[in-house]
Design a protein around this ligand. Sequence first.
Ligand code: GDP
Ligand code: IMO
Ligand code: MG
Length: 429
Amino acid sequence: MANIVIVGTQWGDEGKGKIVDLLAEYADYVVRFQGGNNAGHTMVVNGEQFISHLVPSGILQGKICFIGNGLVVDPEVLVEEIDYLTGKGIAVGPENLKISERAQVIMPYHKMIDNAREKMKGDKKIGTTGRGIGPCYEDKACRRGFRFVDLLDEAGFKEKLDTVIPEKNFYLKEFLNDEPVDADAIYSQYSQLAKRLAPYVANISVELYDAARQGRQILFEGAQGTHLDIDHGTYPFVTSSNTVSGNACCGSGIGPKEITGVTGIVKAYTTRVGAGPFPTELSDDIGDAIQKKGAEFGATTGRKRRCGWLDLVILRNSVRLNGITGLVITKLDVLDGLESLNICTGYEYKGKLIKDFPASLDVLAECQPVYETHPGWAEDVTGIRNFDDLPENAIKYLRRIEELADAPIHIVSVGPGRDETIVLKNEFV
Ligand code: GDP
Ligand code: IMO
Ligand code: MG
């Protein structure tokens, strides 16, 4: 019996969706445990592309999918996503998709506050996805949020809205110079959404406990990446949840002893969307070439992703923070044809070598990446399905990553399709 957590090791968009879809074949349950529709996870099956923001990426494999208590859920987006998947012929209903009754609900004012704050910050903005993620987690922490269970209690929902809205309107109008919201309009819109989603609402924790007792296999699908974690990332240029594997327990309601492995997804180079430090960023032709070849555009906002070399300082940080038992290297094919490749092995700060990721952004801003250079390969790797058939220099690049990260590579991805994959080890079997 295996229960595996999948996390992003960099700044998101490592290819988690593809790998969750691939490994979901061996799982009975697939569970999201944090974040919201700031995530955009892409799956490509038989040439057809699917993007999910809230519904776990196990849905295409027909698995039971849970949206855990650790998420902030925009009910309008969830309904749209259920309809989108259904429209593509994917069966989605209360029998295979369940939302935790304790998951927080993103309200219209969360989105307005997120966007108005970013506008006010000007060039100091974080570059959020504008989906209301931060303001919703804020309300959760200060105990004025709405959970799905609160939405289902019509009278209680109305009463609580009437206490929350005046405060929100004061902030929107007086501080953010924005329009106020209308409590009655929100009540009527959200009551309708609650009616539609009511059959999906369940106690996920109890269901997962029973599943684990029966020896069922569970896959926990992380969103964002370790360096967007609210505690361990490049604060304040982070998202508002814990993205590390430890939160799989908190965010779904299971105990830590149920987790048997942690898979860290690593893009063969580095990307980042939005603002914030990025020591190995490439602002030259190579960066542009990787961006184009890798089609590096955000799956949620369509923004161009910033690109750079692989950074082993951040990968080692991720191996430690998540307790990673296996790595998946994605998008190796994007590096085909490069004459040489750089791996950042440390940072130079004021003449000294730093091997651990600094907490201070001022220190980070003064860090210069220290690179070792590896020869590239000319071959197209997309058709390769056996590790040993990879070009010699690609194998050397991958082996060096294992060595520096001190973690074994379990899977190599050589294209976006489910089948464009080299599996060395599958922790589910
Ligand atoms: P996620 O947020 O971690 O699920 O990643 P995204 O879906 O936002 O971004 C990853 C992008 O890379 C998607 O467009 C995937 O289809 C694509 N992708 C995943 N693995 C590979 C790969 O090995 N090679 C190539 N070329 N594309 C890949
Ligand atoms: P997936 O799951 C990449 C980034 C945003 C911004 C910061 C805060 O697809 O890997 P937020 O809206 O969360 O308050 O924005 O976090 N961000 C992501 N970047 N992939 C994601 O998700 C992201 N989710 C949030 O760009 O810099
Ligand atoms: Mg993404």
